[in-house]
Structures are given as C-alpha cells and as structure tokens.
Design a protein around this ligand. Structure first.
Ligand SMILES: [Zn+2]
Length: 453
C-alpha cells in the first residue's frame, strides 16, 4: 500500500508520518499487564488499540515485518502484596492470572504478539544494565539499594514535558534517606526473606519496576526501535524513566522513536477506582456479551480521547453487531480491502472514522450484491468484528434463549389457535411472553416464523 501511516507521537507532541527504521523489521514495544489481579475494562483498551496498530502495520509492511513485544510483569510490589493477602505462592498467583489474561485476549480475538517476555526471565540483563549505569556514573548504590540519578540525564522530562525543578517542587515520589535526590528512582532494592529475591552485586533483592521494560525492549528490539506504547498513566514516571535508563545504559541519542498513549476509560462518567467499587473485570462480561460487542465499544472513541463506558454504549454496540450480521456472507478469497477503506486507521488509528466507514459499507451491502457484502464483512474482520460465522452467532444466541425450540413451536400453535378463535388478547399475550424470552415472531404470507430477538 502506498498510503502513509500517521501517529500522534507524544515525544514531539504532534501527529507525524510514521517512518520505520527498517521497513522489514519494525519494532513495537507495549507495556503489558502486571499479573496481580484479573484484567479490567481499562486494561482492555490498550490491548485492543495496540492490536489495531499491529494489524495496520502488518497490512502495510507485511505480516513478518512487525515484531510486537508485550511484556508480562510477574514481579512487583502489588504481586507480592496480593499473594500474601490471598495466601498463595507468587507463582500460583501469577500463573493463574496469566491464564485468565490469555483467556481475555482470546475473548477479544486479539492477534498474538510476536513475543510475550516475562520480567523474571530477564533479571540477569537487568543486573547487567544496572552495573553499566553505575560504571558510567548515572546510578549509585546505598545500603543495598541502587538509584538512578535523574539530574545526570539532561533530557529527563522531555517526554512528559516536565522540568526537573518543577518535579522536585511538586515531588510526591518516595522519600528515602538512601537517595541523594527525591526524584531519583530505584533500580534495585533488597527483598525481605519472605519476598522473591535474586543475587546481585548489591545483595539479595529484586529490580525496580521501570527497569524491566528497558531490559526486555533491548533484548527483543535492540537499543533503538520504532514504537513504544501504553496507557497515558504510564507516560510519567514509567516511560520517562525507561528512556533515561535505556539511553544512559546503551549510550544512545534516542530510545523509541514514536511514543503512543491511550487515554482512560471512565465508568458512567466516574473514574474507575477500587474505592468507588466500579472496577469492571473483562471476565465478568463473558457470559452475556460477545467479545466483538465489547471490542466495538472499546473502539468507538479515538484512542487519545477518554472513553465513557455505560449501558447505552454496550446496547448500541450489541444492536449494531446484530444488524451487521443480517448481511453476513462467507468471504470470497478474491475480495481485498483497498486503501480508502483503511485510510481512517492509517490516520492516527481513527477507529470512530473506520466504524463510520463500516456503517456506510453495510448500507451498500444491504442493497448490493455478494461482492458488496463480502467487502463489508472483510472490512469488519480487519478489526476483529463479524469474526464468527452467522451460524456460530445464531447458535450462541440460541444458547441464551430462555425457552426450548419445541416450546416455542407449541406457543406459536397456541397463538394461532387463539387468533383463529379471534381471541386477540390471548394471542398478543403469547407474543409478549415469547418476546420476554428472547423470541420475536412474525406473521408472513399466512405463516408464522420466529427469530431471535
Ligand atoms: Zn513498561
């Protein structure tokens, strides 16, 4: 495809044409889950957004040209706390959450990243990077702790547009007597005996959280790569610290060239928070809502804008998918998507614009031929919508019916008898009864047919 991809690069604070370092070897790193609790709908947003970016990059540069790395944080203070609270071992906790996380990704029908490295498999490289930072004078050790000395890195704050002196003034970072300056951040810290620990030149302990992404991106993508993504909450300090560590340890003038961040999700206009009791877990939707409905809802706002999650949004998306299945057709191999259809996605992942295109293609498919229908389904499939066949979609709905098919036929017969006897009140009562159970009946050409609501 000749069309260019544009992305809002937070490193430059503007939308830019995406120019990869090597067209055949594009590197994208996205901060993945910290596996201490089951993922919630806020975690689902970056998963879906960066999956779309992965798909867009693959469509332009070829499937094998994109190396998408999404890490798993399996050592962290939250994990230690949660395993203590639940009274289970850390490995039991993390392996259970990783399994649930993978189930959620399958439910959302996401493409598997090229690599999903775990932090605990890369402790050696982290220790190596810390040693190098100490040798170069960017980090110091005190009482078995190692800190990165922020004022030694002159570009600190460039990504988040923060000035070091403002940071110090408004500092809410951890104050410790071991630190030279309040804004310095931890690279290594000692563990107590009941916490996971690794041997290091600075005693038994564990790495600071920020360091793992610097280590894993280095291993799988090299010192300088194309795209780094994550939720906007990670921009500062996490991503700022990643840049500082990596550039200083690797002796480079840059780290990732494009920094992409997705905005928050609110729940009925309220901030999602444990204290508000409004945290919606992905797994809780599975029973009643199909993954593609959830995905359409997650893509309904542009990734840079906050997305408000509410009942109406889900209902609208449910109805849309329902309607779109009316023109479902198995795809003919010959049909391909053209640049015009994909252009909203190439333009800074404009998913609402793409969904508008899908509505337009649907209207065309309704009155058009098989080619129009196939093109519409293919365009839906590109973002993982209409990814089930119509038969699969109907059978899922049938499972949710509150009445058996035999009973539906009996009720229809009873209703027809009532109508013959001109007992329209009774006939109408049966119709409403069926509707409540998810069955819609229609009288057509002297016959009564039923459909799923
Ligand atoms: Zn990270």
């Amino acid at each position: 495809m000749n069309k260019n991809i544009y992305l809002t690069n937070n490193l430059k604070n503007k939308k830019e044409k995406f120019i990869p370092i090597h067209k055949e070897k594009i590197g994208m790193y996205v901060c993945g889950p910290t596996v201490y609790d089951n993922p919630h709908i806020g975690n689902a947003r970056p998963l879906v957004i960066f999956d779309i970016l992965f798909k867009v990059l693959k469509s332009k540069y070829g499937k094998k040209s994109v190396n998408y790395v999404r890490n798993i944080t399996d050592i962290d203070d939250k994990i230690i706390k949660s395993s203590k609270e639940k009274n289970i071992s850390i490995s039991e906790l993390t392996s259970g959450i990783i399994k649930n996380f993978n189930d959620d990704c399958n439910y959302l029908d996401l493409d598997k990243p090229s690599q999903e490295p775990k932090a605990t498999d890369h402790i050696d490289l982290m220790i190596e990077m810390i040693s190098s930072l100490i040798t170069k004078g960017f980090a110091y050790e005190k009482n078995n702790h190692v800190y990165f000395e922020v004022n030694k890195f002159e570009d600190y704050g460039k990504l988040s547009n923060k000035k070091l002196k403002d940071l110090i003034a408004g500092s809410r970072v951890e104050i410790s007597e071991n630190k030279k300056n309040t804004e310095d951040f931890v690279l290594w810290k000692p563990s107590s005996t009941d916490e996971p620990l690794w041997n290091s030149p600075w005693g038994k302990g564990r790495p600071g959280w920020h360091l793992e992404c610097s280590a894993m991106s280095k291993r799988y993508l090299g010192d300088i790569f194309d795209i780094h993504g994550g939720g906007i909450d990670l921009l500062f300090p996490h991503h700022e610290n990643e840049i500082a560590q990596s550039r200083c340890a690797n002796n480079t003038k840059s780290f990732a060239n494009y920094w992409i961040h997705n905005a928050f999700i609110t729940i009925s206009n309220e901030k999602m928070a444990k204290s508000s009791g409004n945290i919606l877990k992905i797994k809780d939707f599975k029973e009643n809502i199909d993954g593609q409905v959830l995905k359409l809802a997650l893509l309904s706002a542009h990734y840079k804008q906050p997305l408000d999650w509410n009942e109406k949004l889900l209902n609208d998306c449910q109805n849309t998918i329902e309607k779109w299945y009316e023109v479902y057709l198995s795809i003919d191999q010959k049909i391909t998507l053209n640049e015009d259809i994909l252009s909203p996605l190439y333009d800074d992942l404009n998913t609402p614009g793409y969904i508008t295109n899908l509505h337009r293609l649907f209207e065309k498919a309704l009155i058009g031929d098989d080619n129009d229908k196939g093109l519409f389904v293919l365009a839906c499939n590109f973002i993982g919508i209409l990814n089930k066949t119509k038969d699969e979609w109907i059978s899922i709905k049938k499972k949710k019916l509150l009445i058996s098919e035999d009973d539906i036929l009996i009720k229809i017969e009873l209703r027809n008898k009532a109508r013959e006897n001109k007992d329209y009140k009774k006939a109408d009562k049966i119709r409403i009864e069926l509707l409540d159970k998810g069955v819609l009946i229609e009288d057509k050409d002297g016959k009564t047919i039923w459909k799923l609501k």
